[in-house]
Design a binder for this molecule. Structure first.
Ligand code: DX5
Ligand code: ZN
Length: 216
């Protein structure tokens, strides 16, 4: 059974209270919170201030996906805001190992996200130090894009490596996850499914979350 992490980027920001209540009463495991700086990605979303509100609104895991440059400047602010997992992009970190050390020293779980063009093998020398790999299955920046099929091969390759090394690293898939493709993603080896539009544009979000959760 995968963990389900609805992406609040697709929520109704005039109705966040109701959307949080819906998630809290649903089978969702995590809140996936997308931070964008308008530099690393061509979009701007929200920062620590809003995450502090989400932290107060839920006891579920706050999974913060930083699509920003220089994440070391803000790691502490996100920890104070209540992030449980802090994920930085491989492509934004010249000294990735240092970034990971910083995140862990602040008491958070550490994740690394890869853009669609970045091979999973580039993480082989840091896998033992991290808790989660977020494979982007769309180009980061926007919700509602189509899943890139090659991601399935990346999941399989990464899963094999994690198992061979006996590591405890979760694989999270972010972008374009639907009720139609979720099974193939889980079968390939994904542990966590992020879903924005699939959940929040659904007629019955709670039911959709449950359907994603029951995929096996
Ligand atoms: C994209 C974000 C995703 C996005 C997913 O850059 O990282 O988390 O919100 O949205 P959907 O599921 O609609 O592709
Ligand atoms: Zn994300």
């Amino acid at each position: 059974m995968p963990l389900i992490a609805p992406s609040l980027l697709s929520a109704n920001f005039l109705n966040l209270d109701a959307d949080c209540k819906m998630l809290n009463e649903s089978a969702a495991d995590w809140y996936h919170l997308d931070v964008m700086d308008g530099r690393f990605v061509p979009n701007i979303s929200f920062g620590p201030m809003l995450i502090e509100f989400f932290r107060k609104a839920t006891t579920k895991v706050c999974d913060v996906h930083l699509m920003i440059e220089e994440p070391e400047k803000y790691a502490e602010a996100f920890q104070k805001a209540g992030a449980d997992i802090l994920t930085v992009h491989y492509e934004a970190c010249t000294h990735l190992h240092r970034n990971i050390q910083q995140i862990k020293a602040l008491g958070m779980k550490a994740g690394v996200a890869l853009n669609p063009h970045t091979p999973v093998s580039l993480l082989y020398d840091i896998l033992q130090d991290i808790d989660l790999v977020c494979l982007m299955s769309v180009n980061p920046g926007f919700g509602g894009q189509a899943f890139i099929p090659h991601t399935l091969q990346k999941i399989q390759e990464l899963k094999l490596r994690i198992q061979e090394k006996g590591l405890n690293v979760m694989i999270e898939i972010d972008g374009g996850v639907t009720l139609q493709n979720a099974k193939s993603i889980v079968d390939a080896g994904a542990d966590v499914l992020v879903a924005g539009n699939t959940v929040f544009k659904s007629q019955h979000p709670t039911e959709t979350i449950l359907q994603l959760k029951n995929i096996q």
